[in-house]
Design a protein around this ligand. Structure first.
Ligand code: NOJ
Length: 773
């Protein structure tokens, strides 16, 4: 993927610049090793082997076991005893710097071999400073947003004493019922790969052990996003075609970018549970892709080999996971550990010393590369300084501004002109909910640093414009509670109201105001892990609220706080903008967008169906019998999406012209530059995302009607024209075919499309032949 490679090297510079900005040049210069001098492989291995030679089987099994520490006193005691006995290699979920430091002192000072712990945590979109959720970042179509955000996340995590994050999630998601769609980059492998690479670079920096960075662990290997019915944790049955062409590429890209860890998935893939799947974890990951890092299971996934009906006992589960290619077990909270049985299995000859040593070595190597033996402890003053760095909040605000996707803007309702407004009604259950503004998968935030939409609008509107607020309605609670509901970090900050009286009050406010900003969507607990949903409707009585506010006839701007496409039942507010879960500075960013300080420039990273019954509806589908009647596949409604993949408008208009493929005919193996002119034809500075799609007309397999193969976000002044350059390389023109069970590049003809969505109209062709014509 040479396009990605080019981007990657550019980002190395960005990452280093960001580090310099955060830590000051002097800190970076004095840090060892330097970017030019990472530890040599041979030295790392020799140091790991010296330690390995001293370890007992129990210490080895412990070294490749990771324990949860949620703070439950009894469990914390059990885990601490394991640490003190030298039988724990890693802990997850501890994130308080003081506690991390205390536990590290136990590991280093009390154990026989003084091996430090590797501390891991789900730093998914920020630790203290919360960035927009990952699907939002994908909607920016700007890998720099992803890299900058994860650079901040890494800086905070590392300063707090963490060494490793279980991120990015690079699972492709084509079913919005699946709650974890929020954690990834959406439906497309090319966009997903670009976001994966950027995040790995942001988290890890130039190499594993870079100052201010952590190990990145892309997950969940592999296919988790294709769970039956979008039901979290359910089985996955994927064709090889889908696996190779759609679900695996972001993992491959993340590994090529240097990711130091991979997490094996929970579910069964084609009948073989991912965590006991030798083909996946060894044949593909190590033999074919050359992955050099360590593999961790998802929580309790080794034990789950019993649940899946693969292993016959806990010991068998441990053996199968290890032999499939797992290096570390994330043992289930409060549960038994499959890897604890490994010493016995070793004694009984069911595993070999080489097998267990390979896993232990990989974990020790990660600790050596991270410099933990030299610097195991937390600098608490530095932690405090980094965690509260106001510059991090600026990065978060800028990111949120670039992630919003404007879907409707009738009569240029947006941007709102503060000089012409006297009153704004801000309505909706999510308009002033700080916790929901942050989204799921965050635990160490400070709500005092969080700006809600209401707060953002009030701050911007100043004293000349009256801002009234009503939640309108309450949001319902989940029928099936989530494990995350029980954590203090989930505590809702939403106002509970009596819908019967509040809804009419809200409508009256809308009636009495010049404009209404209606913030609707799903509470953060309704999306994420364990948050799949069988409906895309607005939860609770929000639809009723929406219809009633629109019926006032006053201008209505709907802001959707959501990470899945929602079904608004054909209601047509003047403007509709997806703001996702925009993070710590979400409200400030939203206000800047509403009042036109910046123009929305995000694009949908997934197809938005008209109706849940259309799912799955990827834009990259195959052509089939009677393509002309594709739109009439259902008798009751059109089959096209409501909004296509890649769609999003802004406060200006753009024109694409002069699409040129440098040479119309190529020889197999050659690359070709493609260029297009993009012109801002409106009257405001705004962003556009030039998107390149291809369609292979014939070949070894049928190929999708469109496939994204390049994109670039540009900012243009009114009247400005920019020539955007892409390169189509053999990587973009190749694919995996089930006909040959191999990667191929065919002699064929491609349609090339460039424009501002997956429905781009500007087109040309490209011929690929064996010999020069
Ligand atoms: C389970 C989730 O599937 C995974 O993504 C996460 O990293 C682990 N739990 C640890 O929290």
């Amino acid at each position: 993927m040479s396009t990605l490679l080019t981007r990657r090297s550019r980002h190395a510079g960005v990452a280093l610049a960001a580090v310099l900005a955060f830590f000051g040049a002097a800190d970076v210069q004095s840090a060892q090793p330097t970017a030019l001098n990472p530890l040599p492989d041979a030295e790392v291995r020799a140091r790991a082997d010296t330690l390995l030679a001293k370890m007992t089987p129990e210490e080895k099994a412990g070294q490749i076991t990771q324990y949860f520490n949620f703070g439950d006193p009894k469990e914390a005691k059990r885990v601490q005893d394991e640490v003190a006995a030298g039988r724990a290699g890693s802990l997850l979920f501890v994130h308080d710097p003081v506690e991390l430091d205390r536990l590290q002192h136990i590991a280093v000072e009390k154990t026989r071999l003084k091996i430090p712990l590797l501390f891991a945590f789900d730093v998914i979109h920020g630790l203290r400073t919360i960035m927009p959720v990952p699907i939002a970042v994908a909607a920016s179509w700007d890998p720099k947003v992803a890299e900058d955000g994860q650079t901040v996340a890494a800086a905070e995590a590392r300063a707090a004493g963490l060494h490793w994050t279980f991120a990015p999630m690079v699972d492709i998601a084509r079913d919005p019922r699946w709650g974890r769609i929020i954690e990834g980059a959406g439906e497309d492998p090319y966009l997903g790969s670009a976001m994966a690479v950027a995040q790995v670079r942001g988290f890890q920096g130039a190499y594993i052990g870079s100052p201010g960075h952590v190990i990145s662990g892309p997950k969940h290997f592999a296919g988790y996003g294709a769970a039956f019915g979008g039901r979290d944790y359910d089985e996955v049955d994927l064709s090889d075609n889908e696996l190779w062409n759609t679900y695996l590429p972001p993992f491959k890209a993340a590994i090529d970018a240097g990711a130091g860890n991979i997490m094996s998935a929970y579910m069964g893939l084609n009948g073989v549970p991912a965590t006991g799947n030798h083909w996946l974890l060894t044949d593909v990951l190590r033999t074919e892709w050359g992955f050099k890092g360590f593999v961790v299971t998802d929580a309790g996934a080794a034990h789950d080999l019993l649940t899946h009906g693969l292993a016959g006992s806990e010991a068998d589960a441990g053996v199968r996971a290890l032999q499939a290619g797992v290096d570390m077990e994330m043992s289930p909270p409060f549960g038994t550990s499959a890897f604890k049985t490994l010493p016995l299995s070793l004694k009984e000859g069911r595993i070999t010393t080489i097998e267990i040593d390979n896993a232990v070595r990989r974990v020790l190597e990660a600790k050596i590369r991270m410099g933990l033996f030299e610097k195991p402890y937390v600098d608490l003053k530095q932690a405090q300084r980094v965690l509260t760095d106001p510059q991090h909040r600026e990065v978060s605000r800028a990111a949120a501004e670039r992630t919003a996707v404007l879907l409707r803007n009738e009569g240029d309702l947006l941007p709102l002109d503060l000089n012409k407004l006297k009153s704004i009604a801000v309505i909706g259950p999510l308009a002033d909910s700080a916790r929901d503004t942050l989204g799921p998968w965050v635990f160490a935030f400070d709500l005092n640093e969080t700006v809600t939409v209401l707060a953002g609008i009030k701050a911007k509107a100043g004293s000349n414009v009256r801002v009234d607020y009503s939640p309108g309605v309450s949001l319902p609670v989940r029928l099936n509670p989530s494990i995350f509901d029980t954590l203090p970090a989930a505590a809702a900050t939403r106002m509970q109201v009596d819908d019967a009286s509040e809804l009419p009050r809200a409508v009256a406010l809308a009636q009495a105001s010049d404009v209404t900003v209606l913030v609707l969507g799903e509470a953060q607990i309704m999306i994420g892990e364990n948050a799949s949903r069988s409906s895309l409707d607005l939860p609770g009585r929000q639809q009723e609220l929406l219809d009633a506010v629109i019926a006032t006839g006053k201008p209505v701007v709907v802001l959707l706080m959501s990470a899945r496409p929602l079904d608004l039942k054909n209601s047509k507010p003047g403007a509709l903008m997806v703001i996702w879960y925009p993070g710590t500075q979400g409200g400030a960013a939203v206000a800047n967008l509403l009042f036109g300080e910046v123009s929305p420039g995000g694009k949908l990273p997934y197809t938005w169906p008209r109706n849940i019954g259309q799912i799955p509806l990827p834009y990259a589908h195959l052509g089939s019998h009677q393509p002309k009647t594709t739109e009439q596949r259902y008798w009751n409604e059109p089959n096209s999406p409501l909004y296509p993949f890649g769609f999003g408008i802004g406060y200006s208009t753009f024109e694409f012209s002069n699409l040129k493929v440098d040479r119309q005919t190529l020889v197999l193996g050659e690359s070709v530059p493609v260029s297009v002119e993009v012109r801002n034809t409106g009257s405001r500075v705004a962003d556009e995302v030039a998107q390149l799609y291809i369609h292979q007309r014939f070949g070894s397999s049928a190929r999708p009607v469109r496939e994204l193969k390049g994109f670039q976000r540009v900012t243009l002044k009114p009247g400005e024209t920019r020539t955007v350059q892409f390169t189509l390389t053999p990587a973009e023109l190749s694919y995996w075919t089930a006909a040959k069970r191999a990667w191929v590049q065919d002699e064929t003809t491609f349609d090339v499309y460039v424009g501002n969505s997956s429905q781009a109209a500007l087109t040309t062709t490209l011929e690929v032949s064996k010999v020069r014509r």
